[in-house]
Every structure is written in C-alpha cells, then in structure tokens.
Design a protein around this ligand. Structure first.
Ligand code: FES
Length: 142
C-alpha cells in the first residue's frame, strides 16, 4: 500500500465517521416507555395527576405530567391506572378510544385495566406508573 493510498483511505474513513456523527447528532433517540414511566414516577409520591372526576368510569383520559404524555384510566369507580402513552411497538402515541387504549399507527389495542395487549402488533403492555386515589384526586403512589 502506498502513502497516497493510505491517506486516501484515512480521508474516506474520516468523512464516513464525521458523517455518522453528524447524522447521529441530528437524530434524537426516542424515549422508551419505561424511561418515560420512570421519569414520571420520579416526580414523587403524592404528586397530583388529575382530579378523579376528570376521567369517567370505564374510560380513559390523556394527561400530561412533567411534559410526558400519559393515559389515566378508570376501569371502575375506585380503580385508576396511569400509563405512558408511548406504544411499546414503535413509539407512536396511544390514545383513549371506546373503553380501551388504541394506537393509531399500526392498530395495537390495550386494556384500560392493566395496559395489556388486546391485539397487536405490540407484544408487551403499556408501561404503568403507580397511582392512587387521594380524596378527590389521582396522585402518584410511592
Ligand atoms: Fe403502536 Fe405500531 S407503534 S402499533
């Protein structure tokens, strides 16, 4: 191998590495459902999520906490759950829909009661953040 050839190869390699770095700097990695759930839970026990009356029995409501999109569900009068709205399939935003939680991207459907998969392509449930009813509010549980 000649010096010229070696320099040419190093130049190409440097360009390639810079291109990768530039590309990766342009792409913000998506937050996983578990990362989003952990960040919300870190807000601390007792942090208000919503008023209990904000969500109807047998339904769900989209809420935000610390900038995170969440789904508050109320399967029964005194039962509430909070899930990250990030779909475990490919990261789209799951939304309340007719007594369940549906992903608009590829059609996954999740249960209000536990975020479990009703139908895929998602293979895993929505990430849950523990909550409890405290007076008239839904708050983060410890
Ligand atoms: Fe939700 Fe594909 S991203 S079903």
């Amino acid at each position: 191998m000649t010096d010229l050839t070696r320099r040419q190869l190093l130049g190409v390699a440097g360009t390639t590495v810079a291109g990768v770095c530039l590309l990766s700097a342009c792409v913000t990695p998506a937050e996983t459902p578990d990362e989003a759930a952990s960040a919300v839970a870190a807000q601390g026990k007792g942090t208000k999520v919503a008023a209990l009356a904000d969500v109807q029995v047998g339904a769900a409501k989209a809420v935000t906490l610390d900038g995170k999109a969440l789904l508050l569900t109320r399967p029964a009068e005194r039962e509430v759950h909070l899930f990250s709205s990030i779909c475990p399939h490919a990261g789209c935003q799951v939304a309340p829909a007719n007594g369940e939680l549906d992903c608009p991207c590829h059609g996954s459907r999740f249960a209000l009661k536990d975020g479990s998969v009703i139908s895929g392509p998602a293979q895993s449930p929505l990430a849950e953040i523990p909550v409890q009813i405290q007076g008239n509010d839904v708050v983060l549980a410890g």
